[in-house]
Design a protein around this ligand. Sequence first.
Ligand SMILES: NC(=O)c1ccc[n+]([C@@H]2O[C@H](COP(=O)([O-])OP(=O)(O)OC[C@H]3O[C@@H](n4cnc5c(N)ncnc54)[C@H](O)[C@@H]3O)[C@@H](O)[C@H]2O)c1
Length: 332
Amino acid sequence: MILLTGGLGYLGSHMAAQIIEQGHEVVLVDNLSNSQFAVLDRLSKLTGRVIPFVQIDVRDKAGLQQVFSQYPITQVVHFAGSKSVNESIQQPLDYYDNNVNGLISLLYVMKEAQVKTIVFSSTAAIYGEPEALPIPESSRQAPITPYGRSKQICEQVLQDLAHAEKGWKIAVLRYFNPAGAHPSGIIGEVPNGIPNNLVPYIAQVARDERPFLQVFGSDYNTVDGTGVRDFIHVQDLIDGHSKALAWLATQPQVFDTFNLGRGEGVSVKQMLDAFSKAVGREIPYKVVARRDGDSASVYADASHANALLGWQATRTVDQMAVDTWRFYENLV
Ligand SMILES: NC(=O)c1ccc[n+]([C@@H]2O[C@H](COP(=O)([O-])OP(=O)(O)OC[C@H]3O[C@@H](n4cnc5c(N)ncnc54)[C@H](O)[C@@H]3O)[C@@H](O)[C@H]2O)c1
């Protein structure tokens, strides 16, 4: 059985749908700090299954111990964490506490339960301003926000643990820019409050919930002057997790890090165009000043995941836009 922490969040819910479809048993835990209980109903509708769910905070060791004693867990995917770059600048203590202490609490309980396989959600924010493009895993790490630094510390904790104790099987996955939704339109990304990510923001503009998209800078040295990022379809990203779990199962012990991206940059303007096409009308936007700390271009060298996990992203930006819009059209 696979434990998904943060299982009702954007990525956790898509992982749950996929691995249930593959025939695995799952148990989800989430403290609902950035998700809603309604996602569990949507997942049941999508999979036709009653999915075990426990509402706890991963920093609650006693609560987690209870989960490990109740369910025959053999592998863990740790999605639970706080992910807003801007919020992390305002509330660094909360970010270090949730991301670092949450991981440490989980690892203590896993160790006690003799469950030593974990896939960890990390981020391309670890790299900061890229030294070179595309970015390989060995690139310099220079995160510029508490969020990125909290994930860097988590990676270090995992690496030190794998070094100190036998038997750990650890895959750290550094996501670039997840976007899109499940093709059913039943689950997707529903941010609480103002979206931090481009795609949900565009979707809210398309639904007339916000008047226009702010495009931060149009004078970068890129294809059309707007920032370039490595958007990756959530279903591709989740495929990477399934492949990582399968690969870990073949290893006696291992620690490794993988970039998950398409390996291709797409500009903000190109993403807007894909969305306009999916929605069938122009999405209003205004160009405003660049934001401090934003890089012109960020995209992955994902060849390591391809070589070791046999994984490669296949879905296009158009698919991300179409699937996101289908989900938003279904939202009440
Ligand atoms: N989506 C992205 O753009 C992105 C990019 C890089 C990395 N990540 C990382 O991937 C992971 C999942 O991201 P997501 O987009 O699904 O975020 P999300 O906020 O949608 O999901 C995270 C889930 O974890 C839960 N949670 C948070 N803290 C918890 C705690 N202490 N105990 C129990 N549950 C807790 C939240 O309620 C939420 O349901 C996060 O760790 C995030 O940092 C996300």
